[in-house]
Design a protein around this ligand. Structure first.
Ligand SMILES: [Zn+2]
Length: 119
């Protein structure tokens, strides 16, 4: 039987991070990460959890999660520790189209509108 890895697990292992290490980088509990990877979470993943994991892995959250896995109504991050970032956080900006805080790039990952970013 071929098992399909959740993108979170694929990216995490490609970055040579254990669940515990990713937990420490992201501030999301290792247990939550395990539930997401195994698809055993009872709840949709909260947007803020997805953003923390994506930020810690330097990815757009849409590389890791399908929209239907996410909800702003999902459980908020279950955190036990303060976040200590290893990397400089990605620059954020307010999208002029949807008014959401998004990663600075040439295209808004929320509404796909064009962002005028000075790089
Ligand atoms: Zn936007």
């Amino acid at each position: 039987m071929v098992s399909v890895l959740h993108p979170l697990e694929k990216i995490r292992t490609a970055e040579h991070l254990s669940r515990q290490e990713l937990a420490e980088l992201s501030g999301v509990s290792a247990e939550k990460i395990r539930c997401i990877e195994n698809g055993t979470s009872l709840y949709k993943t909260n947007d803020s959890v997805a953003d923390k994991l994506a930020g810690a892995l330097y990815r757009d959250r849409r590389e890791i999660f399908r929209d239907e896995e996410l909800s702003h109504l999902g459980r908020p991050a279950h955190t036990s520790k303060k976040i200590e970032k290893r990397h400089k956080p990605l620059p954020l900006m307010i999208c002029p189209h949807c008014r959401l805080e998004v990663y600075a790039s040439d295209r808004c990952y929320m509404c796909e509108g064009t962002l005028a970013v000075m790089v």
